[in-house]
Design a protein. Structure first.
Ligand SMILES: Nc1nc2c(c(=O)[nH]1)N[C@H]1C(S)=C(S)[C@@H](COP(=O)(O)OP(=O)(O)OC[C@H]3O[C@@H](n4cnc5c(=O)[nH]c(N)nc54)[C@H](O)[C@@H]3O)O[C@H]1N2
Ligand SMILES: Nc1nc2c(c(=O)[nH]1)N[C@H]1C(S)=C(S)[C@@H](COP(=O)(O)OP(=O)(O)OC[C@H]3O[C@@H](n4cnc5c(=O)[nH]c(N)nc54)[C@H](O)[C@@H]3O)O[C@H]1N2
Ligand code: SF4
Ligand SMILES: [Mo]
Length: 716
């Protein structure tokens, strides 16, 4: 320990800071003890009304993130002789000049952008990112949405009239939770902000409730579930349709509070009822008596909710799965019912708000393959071909913010090559990673502990209504810029040169203050709580706004306040699916699926030894029978190959895998030239997205099918 430092800072300088963790959707409350600029400990904030004393190991790694000497603190530019530091103003000028030059020569569509996952965890990214990107009116906008939750937002838009009106499973009051393709024990929940999931599940079980899980792997969540069923990857739609068919056949449907507000429900149920139960059962590999038992239990539970996440969001029938999940909650009367699936009422309401964006679909299509726009963005599976395919409208420049699409998007190796073909690339990110290494300039924002935060998105998907503002823990270094300031600086320059309209814009905290005041608990709505930023600053542990409450039909954003149960595209997709299940299943090969671990965070933080310590987790899990059939042994190096590529990785025999299915976690593959900075060799790993396929998509919306990818496995 540094004695001089210890002597110069007395215990009296110790302070305790409370904030919300913004690393994942759970937004846990943290209690951070610091002395000077040193973090002494990171513990749960027991007084947080949502997280109730829960944290995970990632929060503790925030110390490493803050202290990491490899975290960029100054702009850098790529030169013939390597990376060189730059002054901020010169960097802004250079980036704006290069981007504008390309727009002037080739048009705005020549400049694409990718918004990575942390954008939604950083409120400045949300309040100012779109405003910056709007200065270049490009149709080539991409984000992590299309490797993630696109089906949820699309269905919310089609059925409830707004892309953010995603019903949330009311885990704290439900008696029967049916989960497909989610592993909240590792992920801490997604599109269901559910910190303290283990505690909440125990409470559910203590009141006699059940968790039933469908997953091709017996996961950490399966271990604590009341029942786990293996399901063949990509076949959940058959299981869900069979549940609905049985509910209809046996008159198990139950009118909800909303009867009369469902439009098209009979049409949808008639089409599902026409499917062949034997074929559905054969397709998903779950026998009819089991499906009947679950249908009866779900329909007769006083309060039930069905919920599906990554395993069913990112597969070929992802949108169909999400639709069937909505219908299941609706026909059993569990939508908008306490203990069922409800809409939240967050303090900053992005739905009932003058700047609200309900959504849009198919307003334009991608140039090369004709994939549809959603919410102003195109599916990211099309990004590489838009760069590589010559012609009018070809992408020649790229802006990435808070993302690593080389590791995160399907056929990442192709994108890796495509990025080399760009005329110019700028990345707003504080790490040199597998993607940003292609940039001409990297602009690093402040670290999360150096700025304030209000979670605009995840309060809106939480299992309880709460609100919390986090002040910065540390003052930022004198010459550092927040994300939103980088966006403003670039946006101002680009707008001036391209002549786009630009009006002054409030800071993120001012946007939130206004949002709180005009929000449902705000003074301007005459709510007794009179929520404002000042009120939240005075409540550093956050404020409790109560359990989720029924809110329909008022909350619906559809014309006439109807729930539109039969979106035409879903009826067509169901017809297509009916043809698929009548066909003969080709069963010989292996299916690749993904997984997450509590000691990993998407494609980053793998340089925190504190976080990744323990056994190497980037291994292929495979059933012992499948290994034996190929003459392979546990621990062997194997070659996994798909249509687009191959990786070599160690295999681990695991009877937690369904036979015929192999699992590899994403976010790894730090072995690409020059990017393994600070990451131990043992933890470099391989990327499953060198196997996932840019052509293997959910046909409804172009979302990536990251799960259920056909692969072969052989000795390396
Ligand atoms: N095969 C497979 N692929 C997947 C998935 C899967 O399950 N299987 N999951 C998909 C999902 S759900 C997602 S969300 C994506 C995630 O993939 P991406 O969208 O690529 O997001 P991350 O990997 O989280 O990106 C991390 C980058 O953001 C930077 N960053 C962190 N915080 C900030 C910040 O505050 N400001 C800025 N400017 N930068 C910051 C980090 O330094 C890091 O470089 O991966 C997807 N890819
Ligand atoms: N520790 C940690 N937490 C995280 C993240 C992280 O990287 N690390 N990432 C965050 C992000 S960005 C997100 S989006 C969430 C995701 O949150 P989750 O969706 O809960 O996380 P996953 O582990 O991807 O769970 C997907 C599950 O689907 C299963 N599966 C795969 N294919 C199928 C299928 O066809 N059918 C069915 N029924 N199941 C299938 C997989 O085996 C896996 O268990 O997690 C968030 N939380
Ligand atoms: S679960 Fe998510 S929000 Fe909670 S401490 Fe871990 S990373 Fe942070
Ligand atoms: Mo995600």
């Amino acid at each position: 320990m540094d004695q001089t430092k210890a002597a110069s800072v007395s215990p009296a300088d110790e302070r305790i800071h409370h904030r919300a963790c913004n690393l994942c959707e759970a937004i846990c409350g943290l209690e951070i003890r610091v002395r000077g600029n040193e973090i002494l400990s990171i513990r749960p904030d027991d007084a947080d009304p949502l997280s109730q004393g829960h944290i995970c190991p990632k929060a503790v790694a925030l110390k490493d993130l803050y202290e990491d000497p490899d975290r960029l603190r100054q702009p850098i530019r790529r030169t013939e002789s390597g990376w060189e530091p730059m002054e901020w103003e010169a960097a802004f000028d250079l980036v704006a000049d290069r981007l504008c030059g390309i727009v002037e020569k080739h048009g705005p569509d020549a400049v694409a952008n990718y918004l990575g996952n942390p954008t939604v965890h950083n409120y400045g990214g949300l309040t100012h990112g779109p405003r910056f990107l709007g200065t270049i009116r490009t149709k080539n906008r991409f984000s992590a949405t299309s490797v993630d939750q696109l089906p949820h937002q699309l269905l919310a838009y089609w059925m409830y009239g707004h892309q953010l009106l995603v019903p949330i499973a009311d885990i704290d009051r439900c008696d029967y939770l049916l989960v497909l393709g989610a592993n909240p024990m590792a992920s801490n929940g997604s599109l269901m902000t559910v910190p303290a999931f283990p505690k909440r599940l125990k409470a559910l079980q203590a009141r006699g409730g059940k968790l039933v899980l469908l997953d091709p792997r017996r996961t950490e969540t399966a271990e604590v579930a009341d029942e786990h069923l293996f399901i063949r990857p990509g076949t959940d739609a058959a299981f869900l349709a069979a549940l609905l068919k049985i509910i209809d056949r046996d008159n198990l449907a139950r009118p909800g509070r909303l009867s009369g507000f469902e439009d098209g429900l009979e049409v949808a149920m008639a089409d599902i009822g026409a499917l062949d139960l034997d074929a559905l059962s054969a397709h998903c590999g779950i026998d009819i008596p089991t499906i009947e038992r679950i249908a009866r239990a779900f329909a007769s539970a006083p309060r039930a909710a069905a919920y599906g996440r990554m395993g069913v969001s990112t597969q070929v029938r992802g949108t169909l799965c999400q639709w069937l999940i909505q219908l299941l909650n609706i026909v059993t009367g569990n939508l908008d019912r306490e203990g069922g699936a409800l809409f939240t009422q967050p303090a900053v309401d992005l739905i009932d708000n003058p700047t609200s964006k309900p959504g849009s679909f198919g307003r334009w299509k991608s140039r090369v393959r004709g994939l549809p726009e959603f919410g102003g963005e195109l599916p990211v599976a099309a990004l590489a071909e838009e760069i590589l395919t010559e012609g009018e409208g070809q992408v020649r420049a790229l802006i990435t913010m808070a993302g690593n699409p080389v590791l995160s998007t399907p056929n990442g190796a192709q994108l890796d090559r495509a990025l080399d073909a760009l005329d110019f690339m700028v990345s707003i990110d504080f790490y040199l990673n597998e993607t940003t290494r292609h940039a001409d300039v990297i602009l690093p924002p402040t670290c999360t502990l150096e700025h304030d935060h209000y979670d605009l998105i995840f309060h809106a998907f939480a299992v309880r209504n709460t609100a919390r503002y986090s002040a910065p823990l540390f003052e930022r270094p004198a010459d550092a810029r927040h994300d939103w300031e980088i966006f403003e600086a670039l946006g101002d320059r680009i707008a001036a040169r391209l002549g786009s309209k630009r009006t002054p814009h409030p800071r993120p905290d001012q946007v939130v203050d206004m949002g709180l005041q005009i929000g449902p608990y705000g003074g301007m709505r005459k709510h007794p709580m009179k929520l404002s930023l000042a009120a939240l600053k005075a409540a550093p542990h956050g404020v409790d706004l109560g359990a989720l409450e029924p809110s329909l039909p008022q909350r619906l954003q559809t014309p006439g306040k109807f729930i539109l149960c039969a979106p035409p595209a879903m009826i067509a997709e169901l017809a297509d699916f009916a043809k698929e299940i009548r066909g003969v299943a080709s069963e010989s090969g292996l299916s690749l699926i993904g997984r997450r671990h509590v000691r990993s965070n998407n494609s980053w933080m793998h340089n925190s030894q504190r976080l990744v310590k323990g056994p190497v987790r980037n291994r292929l899990l495979m059933h012992p029978g499948d290994l034996a059939a190929r003459g392979l042994r546990d621990g062997a190096k194997v070659r996994v190959a798909s249509r687009v590529g191959a990786v070599e990785v160690e295999v681990e025999a695991s009877d937690a895998m369904m036979p015929g299915v192999v699992s590899l976690p994403h976010g790894w593959g730090h072995d690409r030239a020059g990017t393994r900075i600070g990451i131990a060799e043992a933890h470099a790993g391989v990327s499953p997205n060198d196997l996932t396929d840019d052509q293997y998509l959910d046909a409804v919306c172009g979302n990536a099918a990251l799960n259920g990818v056909p692969v072969t496995v052989a000795a390396a």
